[in-house]
Design a protein around this ligand. Structure first.
Ligand code: FMN
Length: 184
């Protein structure tokens, strides 16, 4: 069962998130993001960076919404897959076996296997300057900072009683493990 939570308890520096976007009925997509930070308190807002050429970028602008899902170590292979394939070419739910479930208020699905979900209305984006200090391809180097207002925050009941100890989600090298995979 999912219960209401304090969204801040699920944001932690250098964690990894799975953002869902699009529509549960058609064109639902998942993108891995390495950071998601609190950006405002009242109303609560979060910020994350998403590549300008990415399918999720396009879907979020079209639909005006996205959902931040919190994965655990057990999902690291799915996180890696969602972070290395584009929804333009594959159905990431189908390929990873992750289960889409209806969200409370938005059209995008949540991911059943994730422990917490922040439903966000897209507030706006800020185009940022491309990364130039690496050999990143232009489609990866050009990003924009997305801002979302958190309208619902809920989690599996097991993770919602009292203060969440997010540290234990980092045990076993997650998400560093996923970044490790990335360069293999
Ligand atoms: C662990 C991990 C973290 C990532 N973090 C980000 C991020 O914060 N911002 C970003 O734009 N891309 C990030 N990526 C890359 C995207 O997830 C990836 O390019 C994805 O294929 C884009 O999918 P889409 O075209 O379906 O939107 C990350 C990838 C991995 C594996």
């Amino acid at each position: 069962m999912k219960v209401d939570v304090e969204y801040l308890e699920f944001l932690w520096p250098v964690k990894t998130y799975l953002i869902t976007c699009g529509n549960m009925a058609s064109k639902a997509n998942i993108v891995a993001v390495g950071f998601c930070m609190p950006a405002a308190g009242q109303p609560p807002q979060v910020a994350c960076s998403i590549g300008k050429a990415f399918y999720s970028h396009e879907l979020i602008e079209q639909t005006g919404e996205f959902i931040v899902n919190v994965p655990t170590e057990a999902l690291k292979r799915a996180v890696y897959y969602c972070g290395t394939h584009s929804g333009r070419h594959v159905d990431k739910f189908k390929e990873t076996g992750l289960t889409p479930l209806p969200a409370r208020r938005l059209k995008a699905p949540i991911i059943a296997e994730c422990i917490a979900h922040l439903e966000c209305v897209f507030v706006g984006k800020l185009d940022t300057k491309p990364y130039t200090n690496s050999d990143l391809k232009p489609n990866i180097a050009n990003k924009a900072l997305f801002l979302g207002e958190v309208i619902e925050a809920y989690a599996d009941e097991a993770y919602a009683s009292g203060m969440l100890k997010v540290e234990h989600l980092l045990e076993g090298g997650f998400p560093r493990h996923v970044y490790g995979l990335r360069f293999k």
